[in-house]
Design a binder for this molecule. Sequence first.
Ligand code: GLA
Length: 378
Amino acid sequence: MKTKLKSLFNEKFNRPATAVYASAGRINLIGEHTDYNGGFVFPGAIDKAIMAAIDVNGSDKVRVFSVDINEYAEFGLNECDAPTQSWARYIFGVCRETIKRGGAVKGFDAVFAGNVPLGAGLSSSAALESCFAFAVNDLFNDNKIDRFELARIGQSTEHNYCGVNCGIMDQFASVMGRKGYLMRLDCRSMEFEYFPFNPVGYDLVLLDSVVKHELADSPYNKRRASCERVAARLGIDTLRDASMDALNAIKNDISAEDFIRAKFVIEEKDRVLAVCDALNAGDYDTVGRKMYETHIGLSKDYEVSCEELDFLNDIARECGVTGSRIMGGGFGGCTINLVKCDIRDKFVAEACKRFNDKYGHEPKVYPVVISDGAHREE
Ligand code: GLA
């Protein structure tokens, strides 16, 4: 991809690119919809990334070509210069959020492409934001903006330019990811730990239902609003500090819907900690059981699953897969499956066949390779 981007850059802008940057998509082992509730998440960067060939252009304009969409955008760096194409707004947002934090951004030319499947719950948008946040930091700010702030720049881009009130998990994973490690992040204190992830005898496999989700204008923001209403009613900052006893005590004062959403979050935050303990003990049966519990919670209580993902989850269970659940924001995308190596191929073949029989196409299959996050390519 790097060579192709460099030659396309030459073709579009008649000079060589000075640098190539990349940032990854992510998986999350467990801890869904906990990030914006101050809870724990357990993500890692994967070997699918957005990559950009870039050179400064000496003007105050950004000129970008998206290889995958085959579109060109050009915009200035003031608030009134926001581009209309939604993909370009991610890059514009990153520039604006950097400037708002006192960072420098000048004109540049870029050609970018990626292999993070769009709308699959693998955070292609966070990969795009993190790639450009990292590039802008390297090109114009001597890398003085720390990596956490780069993740926040991506998150604020979602909030202020893309209409998604997301948490910090995706951008954090994309920026901080490290080959072979998952990360347990406490989204309240922002303390985190790298966790070596090498489950001997097991594989992680993603099955992409290819049902597309669009988080902007989606029920995602409504889920977050429910959680915030319950936290406010409990007089706490986030549901991180809530217990089931406290929630039960206000059950009659909140809507049934808000209650069930908060219940999921409170249970999920404990599941992440249980999974960490189980991983430390090499107890993958418990890890897997918790993954199934998360799926049921996301499907029945948080209501962010869909028929196709529930079907994939059922197949996993029937095939004896150790753990399986919907991954990411929901409303489509992938299941993540922790499966013993010796039944992996049989499970994947069975899932593909039965899914195809029912929906007329096979799910896409992605093996998970935990990889490095944002970086400049050599
Ligand atoms: C999306 C958001 C994240 C997180 C997940 C659900 O990926 O961008 O911040 O809330 O959904 O865990």
